[in-house]
Design a protein around this ligand. Sequence first.
Ligand SMILES: [Fe+2]
Ligand SMILES: [Fe+2]
Length: 355
Amino acid sequence: MSAIYFVPDPELLLYDRPLPYNLFINSSSVQAREHFIRILPRGEILTLEDFEAMKHKYQQIYLSEEERGEYLKGACQDQGKTENEKVTILKSTAISHLESLFDTKRDLSVDVVNQTLVGCRQTVEGFVYLVKDYDLAKLHELIGNLSFHDYYTYDHSINVSMYCILIHKLIYPNASEIESVNAGMGGFLHDIGKIRISNRILNKVGKLSDEEFAEIKRHPEMGKIFLSQQGVQAPKGTEIGIIRNIVYQHHENYDGTGYPDKVGGEKIHEMARIAAVADFFDAITTKRAYSEALTVEEALHVMRKTVGKKLDPKIFELFYRHMTTRYNEKVCMLDIAPDFDPCQPHIKLKREKHD
Ligand SMILES: [Fe+2]
Ligand SMILES: [Fe+2]
């Protein structure tokens, strides 16, 4: 597989300190015969004046896609950036990866899929770094401040990824970075099977017909097939088996009433049970086009009602205990259908009036 290069955002490059990545230029002006050569090796120091001189001389500076993670980490470690700026950087990069998978006009060759997975992994590494000192409540606040609203599927994938990292850490406080990345990758890609579901159904506002709902319900299986194609490889260090389990089982319910296989309890991979909590929480607390968001206090109540049915009691207990150090559960009368599907953006939660 030939290396892929991208143009970095000048504002996100690191200046006046040793670079954690290499800089390249394209020495060929013929598009089909691009030839990248290294102009500044890792460890050297770049000044703003150097960068401007290089741009002037060579027009464009590039980074190798393989070093995108270092580039993102570097941008996030930059002390001059606010938390919101850091998340915005990571979110926009994450969206570009998801868009490249969801862009149906693009030929999704195995090379493209693998390259995108490498990019996703690096973005998720950035999430792991970003949230390492966060608690769930702080992460929820951050997500609330930054939601893009019109990018539901992408936003949701990013949010679920970050929640998965933190919920996994509640269970395994000493989790290694790569274990956190696996949890985050699974969360990030949990709805990837939707690339095989028609946009007409995905974007339909209002009630879905039985056939349409049956079609949507195929997304876990589609995702598993997509990630099982011959030649698709997990990026270095990550475990495709864990990611596939999350993708395939995130709609299984603890009591065995979910889909696709109606398995329950510990037959559902632990990471998929974590993803189910993250998925549910994000779906009901994020404002969507046709549905208002619940407060954390209300969400805790709604989620607790599904413990043992939908959600794993032990995982929820940890989540609940952690959340209630900051929030008090609030009883709310909410009409939530037994088949409520957190991955369906337009399903409306109906509030009932308190007596
Ligand atoms: Fe889903
Ligand atoms: Fe989802």
